[in-house]
Write a protein that binds this ligand. Structure first.
Ligand code: B12
Length: 215
């Protein structure tokens, strides 16, 4: 039986770049042998990645470490994600989500998607490196209550505004709420380019969308 130290061990093994030790902890969670929830385990992965980012930024770690830690996190999430499925019987509505063009980061987007599903939303995942036109057509096709964009790179942040312009050109801007997230964005930037909300994390994002439904 694992103790409630599992999240710490998960975090430590990911930060030691130890794939086997990380997956061992994930296995405990998946088998229900750890006294932590799946969500706590997912949060531990996210916290570890935050530390990875700081190490990379501070010049302590290089691209190889960045890439490998991303791979470990992805393997962990592949096992944890399916366990976060919804308990709700009636979907609350549809959310279309994607990472903007030029950006290949998807761990944060996928965490947001998992939280959305477990909160009872139907999610259409457009994937990574999503061109403007694909976002705009998906809004036409799925008529979602919200469109979520993820953006981790400063150089791709202008894509967010382009998608919003694209929605306007198609006459769809007032038919969908736009919410954005990711390390490259800020509340201020999000407002400037015309989105309805910025979410610093997945939970806040869900709270905002739930408030939109209620009003
Ligand atoms: C892992 C990682 C990678 C992995 C990605 C693996 C993958 N499958 O996603 C790999 C190795 C591939 C990678 C590549 C690169 N990366 Co990188 N990467 C990271 C790192 C360390 C963690 C990102 C992450 O997954 N965080 C964990 C998740 C959970 O957090 P998150 O994404 O922020 O998501 C949360 C919230 O933001 C929010 N959220 C996110 N999206 C959305 C969307 C919606 C709708 C909502 C509501 C909420 C929401 O909810 C999430 C959960 O709470 C960050 C560091 C950092 N501080 O972010 C750098 C970072 C983003 N990368 C960076 C860079 C520079 C690169 C490269 C250019 C490196 C290179 N020289 O090649 C390439 C770019 C490739 C490309 N074209 O996209 C820089 C970006 C700098 C900048 N300001 O532009 C960062 C900030 C590192 C740094 N400090 O310098 N990277």
């Amino acid at each position: 039986m694992m103790s409630n130290k599992t999240p710490q061990k998960l975090k430590d093994s990911l930060l030691s770049l130890d794939m086997d030790a990380t997956m061992e902890q994930v296995d405990f969670v998946v088998k229900g042998d750890a006294d932590v929830t799946v969500q706590e385990a997912v949060d531990a992965v996210a916290e570890a990645l935050e530390v990875v980012g700081k190490r990379f930024q501070g010049g302590e770690w290089f691209l190889a470490e960045l890439v490998y830690s991303g791979e470990i996190a992805k393997s962990a999430m592949e096992l944890l994600s399916p366990l976060m499925s919804s308990g709700a019987s009636q979907p609350l509505g549809t959310i279309v989500v994607g990472t903007v063009a030029g950006d290949l980061h998807d761990l944060g987007k996928n965490i947001f998607i998992n939280y959305s599903k477990s909160a009872g939303f139907e999610v259409v995942d457009l994937g990574i490196d999503v061109p403007v036109e694909k976002f705009v057509s998906a809004v036409d096709e799925y008529k979602p209550l919200a469109l979520g964009m993820s953006c981790l790179l400063t150089i791709t942040s202008e894509e967010v505004g382009k998608v919003i312009e694209g929605l306007k050109d198609r006459g769809n801007r007032d038919k969908v709420k736009v919410i954005v997230g990711g390390a490259a964005l800020t509340e201020e930037f999000a407002r400037e380019v015309g989105s309805d909300a910025f979410a610093p994390d997945a939970i806040t994002g869900i709270d905002i969308i739930k408030k939109w439904i209620a009003s």
